[in-house]
Design a protein around this ligand. Structure first.
Ligand SMILES: Cc1cc2nc3c(=O)[nH]c(=O)nc-3n(C[C@H](O)[C@H](O)[C@H](O)COP(=O)(O)O)c2cc1C
Length: 137
């Protein structure tokens, strides 16, 4: 089945540890079921998530995610066909934002929307070389 990669940005609503662990618990259970892998970069002003897997499953997960009231302003930045996964070992890796990513000011000023698809994917490529905070598989 055709695989896609989908990356979106959103603004957390009610961001705290308990909310985040609840999101990750559901994400990992569903994604294991749906053959989806990926990574979620989180901080108080930004979620940046990469989902990869079968086109229909990723599309369905994104539709559920768009409706979720734990974040606002969900906007898709990248949606493209892929042959290989970037995060094949993670049902959903979770990472805090790194110092080399966009600043809060840049996010506020629309940096995620202005970035090219290559730049957005590049953030996740670079993340692969950072040690994950927590692995779930
Ligand atoms: C930032 C964020 C990331 C999420 N990531 C995923 C995900 O990767 N996979 C998933 O199935 N649900 C994810 N969710 C949860 C969905 O919005 C939704 O609550 C869930 O898929 C519903 O699953 P359920 O019907 O099993 O309760 C995420 C939600 C938020 C706010």
């Amino acid at each position: 089945m055709a695989m896609i990669q989908l990356i979106y940005a959103s603004r957390p609503f009610g961001f705290d540890e308990a909310t985040l662990s609840g999101i990750l618990f559901t994400a990992r259970a569903n994604n294991t079921r749906d053959a989806i892998t990926g990574a979620l970069i989180c901080r108080a002003d930004l979620y940046l998530q990469l989902l990869e897997g079968p086109e229909s499953e990723v599309g369905a997960a994104y539709e559920r995610i768009e409706q979720d009231d734990r974040h606002l302003e969900v906007r898709c930045l990248v949606r493209s066909a892929i042959d290989t996964r970037m995060f094949g070992a993670w049902a959903m890796r979770s990472d805090p934002a790194q110092s080399w990513m966009w600043t809060r000011k840049q996010v506020e000023n629309g940096a995620p929307e202005q970035a090219t698809a290559e730049e957005v994917v590049g953030i996740f490529s670079r993340l692969i070389n950072e040690t994950p905070v927590q692995s779930d598989s």
